[in-house]
Structures are given as C-alpha cells and as structure tokens.
Design a protein. Structure first.
Ligand SMILES: Nc1ncnc2c1ncn2[C@@H]1O[C@H](COP(=O)(O)OP(=O)(O)OP(=O)(O)O)[C@@H](O)[C@H]1O
Ligand SMILES: [Mg+2]
Length: 254
C-alpha cells in the first residue's frame, strides 16, 4: 500500500512546555487513522505541524514523500484540511467561499467553478450555492468546509473534531461522505472525542496523552490487546482516568 503520510519523532515545544513529545506514525492511501486523547493532549498541535501552519520543533513529516518543512507549499497541494473552527468567510456566499479557496491553489477559475459545483452536490449543498454563509446551519457549514477542503483533490484529508456540535443525522451524513472518499483512496487523519465516530470511520487509532502516543493499533483489536472490554474502557485506562478522577475528588474536598 502506498504510504501517503509519514510522521517521525514529531515534537513541539512552546517555550519550556512540550506540547508534542516525539510522535511517530504513518498512514496509507485509503486508510483512516484517528487520534484520540484528552483536552490539551497535543492533538491539534500535531495536526497543525503536519499541515504546516505551526513550525515543527523537531522530527519530520513527509506527505507523498515531500518534506513538509522543506517544501511546505508543495506538501499542502496534496492536503485538504477541516480545522477545529470553521474559519469560513461569512461575508461570502457558499460558491464564493469555494472559489476563494480554489484560487489559493492556483486552480484556473473555470476549473474551480466546475469542481465546486460537483463538490457542493457531493455534500448536498447544491441548492445553497448562492446562500450567504452566515445563513447556513452548523451541519451545513461543516459540509461546506469539507467540500472546500476537497477543491484541490487532496490525497490526504486532515480533520480536527469534524462533527463536534452536529446533530445525529448530520454526523451520519458526514461519516458517509468520508467513507466514500476513503473508498476513492483518500487517506484520512482525524481527531475526535467520540469513540463511536472513531469506530465508524477509522481503521487504526492512536491514543495520545501529554503529547505522547500511549497506545496504538487497529480500532477492532486494540481493546482486546489491552484486555479491556471496549475501546472506551481501554482509553480510560491508558489515560489514567482513575488517578485523574481521584485528583478531581481531592480538589473538591479541599
Ligand atoms: N500557541 C500556543 N502557545 C502555548 N501553548 C499552546 C499553544 N497552542 C497550544 N498550546 C498548549 O499545547 C497543549 C496542546 O494543545 P492542543 O491544542 O494541541 O490540544 P488538543 O489535544 O487539541 O486539545 P482539545 O481536545 O482541547 O482540542 C495544551 O496544553 C495547550 O495549552
Ligand atoms: Mg484540539
């Protein structure tokens, strides 16, 4: 299988604080890897280093064998990103948002428009092309962000908590769209706080805590390997939930 993403010993220091401490993994075409971890574990920071929006302190990231630090622009051509916040231009319409994003990738305008039409159809927003972005519901905005992330035909899609705040139907629609992309051979890297989402989408899961991978493996077998009854139970154990809840208890009683 073709390796699309290779991350080696990735490290991020903010001054004296280590947010990401030597993370390594790889991801092949058509596969999905989910990163699961408590708030502040270093998930978003890891993703931001991979899509070259925050400098890497140490380690390497290669996308399609292109080094992200040496050739960030070339690497970004192969990536689509759905960030934790929407960051849509609310003064633009749905179609204008698509066009503005396509222009960033130097795609000729006619081609951008053609692609935008078909991508908006893919995410079910055909009837909203001329709608103001501010008038979209939360679910529609997420679908627009996904459509926008696909404008450059990425080989790798990076999604940071893509379905947080979405209703149950919208989540299922979103999952369906991601599964279609996966079948087309797109590699998907995502973070999520929802174990059901990870089980629905991912082949592999990496559990990260305090900037380090504390467990990793197949979504279907990791729990078994750790002799836990479920992925959620395995997660709570490797992230030392018991000790943390004791600490919370102690603070409450102070
Ligand atoms: N620009 C920054 N300057 C200093 N510290 C930062 C900065 N960005 C993030 N951090 C710190 O790095 C750590 C990891 O943050 P990060 O956003 O990667 O967490 P996360 O795993 O994505 O959490 P969440 O689940 O809440 O989204 C946190 O302790 C955070 O406070
Ligand atoms: Mg985050």
């Amino acid at each position: 299988m073709t390796t699309i993403l290779s991350v080696k010993n990735l490290t991020k220091q903010y001054g004296a604080f280590t947010a990401v401490a030597g993370v390594s993994f790889s991801l092949a075409a058509g596969r999905t890897l989910a990163i699961l971890g408590p708030n502040g574990a270093g998930k978003s920071t890891t993703l931001k280093m991979i899509y070259a929006t925050t400098p890497i302190t140490n380690g390497t990231v290669q996308i399609n064998s292109i080094d992200v630090q040496r050739q960030p622009r070339a690497a970004k051509q192969a990536i689509g990103v759905v960030m934790q916040d929407d960051l849509l231009a609310t003064t633009l319409t749905v179609m204008e948002n698509m066009i503005a994003h396509g222009i960033l990738f130097d795609i000729p305008l006619r081609q951008v428009k053609e692609r935008a039409h078909s991508l908006l159809a893919f995410v079910g927003l055909t009837n909203y092309e001329n709608a103001d972005t501010t008038n979209l519901s939360g679910g529609m905005r997420r679908r627009l962000v996904l459509a926008r992330a696909l404008i450059n035909k990425p080989r790798l899609i990076i999604l940071d908590e893509p379905t947080t705040g979405l209703d149950i139907q919208s989540r299922h629609v979103f999952w369906h769209q991601l599964n279609v992309l996966k079948q087309q051979g797109v590699a998907i890297l995502l973070t999520s706080h929802y174990v059901d989402e990870i089980e629905a989408l991912a082949d592999n899961v990496a559990i990260i805590d305090h900037g380090q991978i504390v467990a990793a493996g197949s979504t279907t077998t990791l729990a078994q390997q750790l002799a836990a009854p479920s992925l959620e139970a395995a997660y709570l154990r490797v992230t030392h939930f018991d000790e943390r809840s004791e600490q919370i208890d102690q603070t409450r009683h102070q």
